[in-house]
Write a protein of this length. Structure first.
Ligand code: ARG
Length: 458
C-alpha cells in the first residue's frame, strides 16, 4: 500500500512503478533524508506539535534505520517510490502509528529540496578539497621550475618564451577561480527549505530556524513557492563543475601534446599511463584523454538541467526528479577526474632540455628584438617590419636570430650593437618581462607566494 493510497481504488501498475520510482538513484541521499527527518521531528516535539516522547522515539528509530542502512541490512523497495517514502515506510513498519506522525507539517517537495541541498553541500566541500590538492601540486611544480624556460604559444604556433612556473601558475589561477565559484555557489545552496510544505507553507507553528541550526544551514528560504520550485542552485553547481571540467580538459589536451614524441616536454609516470595491445612501443596518456572525454558528460548534465527547468510552471513538477541523476553524474565525474589528474601531473617528469630547446626555435625572441630596436629609437611599427625581414632572412639561411653576426644585423639596421645578443637571450626575454602578471622570476615567485596565502586561507 502506498503512503498516499487513500484516494485510490487500485494499485499502481508495475510498469508505472518502475517508471515513476527514483529509489535506484536517490537512495544515495539516505543520510541526508534521515538527518533532515530527525531535525524536523525534534522540532515538532519541541514546539509541542507532537508529543515530545513520540518525537524522541521517532528520532531514535531513524538513527537505528541509518545504522542498518550503513550495515547493508536494508533493501529499498521500488514500489515505495523514492528514498523519502522508503525511509518513512520502514519507520512506520518499526514503530507503527507513532511513525505516522513524522510527516506532520512537511511535504516531499520541501523534503527533497532539503535533502538535495544537504547532499550537495557535502559534495561541494569534497570537490573543494580535491581542487585544493591540485592547486598544491601546481604550486610545487611552479616552485621547482622558476627557471625552466619553455615556449608559449598562440594558435599553437610558437610565440614568446615563458617558464613552466609561469605556465603552471596560469592553471593555478583558473582552478583558484573554480574554488571561489564553488564558495559562491555554496552560499546559495546553504539555505534551508523545510517548512515550505508542498508550496504554501503550513499552519503548524514550525520553528524553521531551529531546524536550520540543527542541520548547519546559514539561512532559511524566504518564499515557500520558490523554495520548492527552483533548482537554480543545482544548475549553478553544474555550471561550476562544467568550468572545472573545461579547465581540466584544456590542461589534458596540453598534457597529451606535451608527451607526444614530437613535443617530448614531459613524460608521464608508468603508473599513470597505459600501453597498447598491439604496438609494443606505445605509452598512452589515457588519464588525460579520459578526463577530456568525460567533460562532455558534465556539460550534458548542465544542458539537461537547464532544459528540464525551462518550461515548468511554479511550483513543484515531477520533471524535477530528473535533476538528481544529472547533478549526481556531474559530481561523480568531477570527483573521479580530479584526484587521478592531480596524481598524473604530480608524478610526470619534465624534460627541461627539450622545453628550453623548443623555446629557442621558432623565433620566440622576435618581439624582444623589435623591442630592442624601439629602445634604440626606432618606432615600434618600423622595428616590427625590420625584425620581420630579419626573420625571413634567418628562415632562408636556416639560422636563429641570435645566430646572426653583428655584420648581418647591421645590414638590417645600423642601430644594432653588440648588446643585442644579451637583449634577445631567452633568459632576458623572460626575466625582463616585469610588468605585473608577467613571467619574470621575481613576479612568478610573488605569485607563488600569494597562491600559498590563498591555499592557507582555505
Ligand atoms: N522523488 C521526488 C523527486 O525527486 C520527490 C518529490 C516528490 N513530490 C511529489 N509531490 N511527487 O522530486
Amino acid at each position: 500500500m502506498k503512503l498516499w493510497g487513500g484516494r485510490f481504488t487500485k494499485n499502481t501498475d508495475k510498469l508505472m512503478d518502475d517508471f515513476n520510482s527514483s529509489i535506484h538513484f536517490d537512495n544515495r541521499m539516505y543520510r541526508q533524508d534521515i538527518l533532515g527527518s530527525a531535525a524536523h521531528v525534534t522540532m515538532l516535539g519541541k514546539c509541542g506539535i507532537i508529543p515530545e516522547d513520540e518525537a524522541q522515539l521517532i528520532r531514535k528509530t531513524l538513527f537505528e534505520i541509518l545504522e542498518d542502512i550503513e550495515n547493508g541490512k536494508i533493501e529499498f523497495e521500488v514500489c515505495a517510490e523514492d528514498i523519502h517514502m522508503n525511509i518513512e515506510s520502514i519507520l512506520i513498519s518499526r514503530i507503527g502509528d507513532v511513525g505516522k506522525k513524522l510527516h506532520t507539517g512537511r511535504s516531499r517537495n520541501d523534503q527533497v529540496a532539503l535533502d538535495l541541498r544537504m547532499y550537495l553541500k557535502d559534495e561541494v566541500k569534497a570537490i573543494k578539497s580535491m581542487l585544493k590538492e591540485l592547486l598544491n601540486v601546481l604550486i610545487n611544480i611552479a616552485e621547482n621550475n622558476l627557471d625552466t624556460i619553455m615556449p608559449g604559444y598562440t594558435h599553437l604556433q610558437k610565440a614568446q618564451p615563458t617558464t613552466l612556473a609561469h605556465y603552471m601558475m596560469a592553471y593555478f589561477q583558473m582552478f583558484r577561480r573554480d574554488i571561489e565559484r564553488l564558495d559562491d555557489c555554496y552560499k546559495r545552496i546553504d539555505i534551508m527549505p523545510l517548512g515550505s510544505g508542498a508550496l504554501a507553507g503550513t499552519t503548524y507553528p514550525l520553528d524553521r530556524k531551529m531546524v536550520a541550526d540543527e542541520l548547519g544551514f546559514s539561512k532559511i528560504t524566504e518564499n515557500s513557492i520558490d523554495a520548492v520550485s527552483d533548482r537554480d542552485f543545482v544548475i549553478e553547481l553544474a555550471s561550476c563543475l562544467s568550468l572545472i571540467m573545461m579547465h581540466l580538459s584544456r590542461f589534458s589536451e596540453e598534457i597529451i601534446l606535451w608527451c607526444s614524441h614530437e613535443f617530448s616536454f614531459i613524460e608521464l609516470d608508468d603508473a599513470y599511463s597505459t600501453g597498447s595491445s598491439i604496438m609494443p612501443q606505445k605509452k598512452n596518456p589515457d588519464v588525460a584523454e579520459l578526463v577530456r572525454g568525460k567533460t562532455g558528460r558534465v556539460y550534458g548534465s548542465l544542458i539537461s538541467l537547464l532544459t528540464m527547468m525551462k518550461g515548468i510552471p511554479l511550483a513543484y513538477n515531477k520533471d524535477m526528479q530528473e535533476d538528481k541523476e544529472a547533478i549526481f553524474n556531474a559530481v561523480d565525474t568531477v570527483k573521479l577526474c580530479l584526484p587521478v589528474f592531480t596524481k598524473m601531473i604530480e608524478t610526470a617528469k619534465t624534460n627541461k632540455e627539450n622545453l628550453y630547446n623548443a623555446a629557442r626555435g621558432g623565433f620566440t625572441n622576435a618581439t624582444d628584438l623589435a623591442d630592442y630596436l624601439v629602445k634604440k629609437g626606432i618606432p615600434f611599427r618600423d622595428s616590427h617590419e625590420i625584425t620581420g625581414r630579419m626573420v625571413a632572412y634567418c628562415i632562408e639561411n636556416n639560422k636563429s636570430l641570435e645566430e646572426m653576426s653583428l655584420e648581418e644585423f647591421k645590414t638590417f639596421s645600423p642601430n644594432i650593437e653588440e648588446d643585442v645578443y644579451s637583449a634577445i637571450s631567452l633568459e632576458t626575454c623572460v626575466n625582463e618581462r616585469k610588468v605585473p602578471g608577467g613571467p619574470s622570476k621575481e613576479l612568478v615567485k610573488a605569485s607563488i607566494e600569494s597562491g600559498r596565502c590563498f591555499l592557507n586561507s582555505l
